[in-house]
Design a protein around this ligand. Sequence first.
Ligand SMILES: [Zn+2]
Length: 288
Amino acid sequence: MPELPEVEVIVRELRVPLMGRRIDDVRTDWPKYFHLPKSEEAFRSCVKGRRIEAVRRRAKYILIHLSPSHLLLVHQKISGRLQMGRWSWNPAVSRWLPSSSDAPPSGRFIHLVFELDNGEQLGLSDLRKFAKVMCGPERDILNLPELRNLGPEPLSPRFTFAAFERLFHHKRGNLKEALMNPAFIAGIGNLYADEILYTALLHPLTRVEHMKTPQLSTLYHSMRTVLRKAIRLGATGRRGPGGARQGYDRVLLVYGREGERCPRGHIIERIKVGGRSAYFCPIEQLRL
Ligand SMILES: [Zn+2]
């Protein structure tokens, strides 16, 4: 499941090719993608003819600003991936196929295509088809509960340590579930929560109410360091030639590594926290 770094990497890739382009049309073989407006025709008229003014991210959502003052929101969910390319609909096999053979391998499951005014396409590759897209006046989109109820952006310059510490005042429960709660802090999921907790040397079941300023400070800096590093490395989920691990997948500290060794040589364990696997080092990560 993509988290903040994975979405941020995609937003940075799309920003240059999309800026200033006009959306001339949208086509899909899976109209259930359209959550707002729900009808394909209404969605098409919401995006058609509008120019792209900015490409941003909020939590795990991609926000494409359209002129005048409209927003196209894309939530890629589990397997969705927005990408630039050229595909053509092949009626014989009822699917989009890459127009050239050097298309990225992740472009094999295209189910939604935005046609741009320069002949390029913005495609959504999505094996599981759980993604959702919405379009509307900027104010309406930003007012949707899924955006309005989000916690702060972990990497925002405005999200200072003082603001972070304030979040924890009256907060109770276990630390890992707090980090993964999007209404508490946006964009952190299972993978990066484990990586952040290892970096901060805090046990996933640490009680939030037992944490003091020094531990919160370590946690804050670990969160920002891990997320920034992941973005810099291209995040996770990319495979090189022969399926080789790339990007942050090559430097995972603990996530998905039960029975292997942590960076300082201890055996990594796995427990269940809030119904999800939590990977941690039982020697170094302190349970407060
Ligand atoms: Zn260790």
